[in-house]
Design a protein around this ligand. Structure first.
Ligand SMILES: [Zn+2]
Length: 80
């Protein structure tokens, strides 16, 4: 029969618990990051007047409600 000392058993249980806790924390952090990124995606700052507004549509280009200028959602990757 397999013989394990009490110390080895305690260390194994502790190590396994820490591993489970680490996996759960990593999963939770990535879920929080996704939720935060999704909510920040709906907040847009106008490039001209600096007005902050919320738009939950999926459109790539959104018109500012203050000045009416079309703003690109997210970071502008165009050159120039
Ligand atoms: Zn504007």
């Amino acid at each position: 029969m397999l013989e394990i000392s009490f110390e080895d058993l305690a260390i194994s249980v502790l190590a396994f618990s820490m591993l489970i806790l680490g996996v759960l924390l990593i999963g939770r952090n990535s879920t929080e990051r996704q939720v935060r990124r999704r909510s920040l995606r709906s907040i847009i700052t106008c490039d001209v007047c600096g007005h902050l507004f919320k738009d939950s549509s999926a459109d790539k280009v959104v018109d500012c409600p203050e000045c009416g200028r079309a703003n690109q959602r997210g970071r502008d990757k165009s050159l120039g």
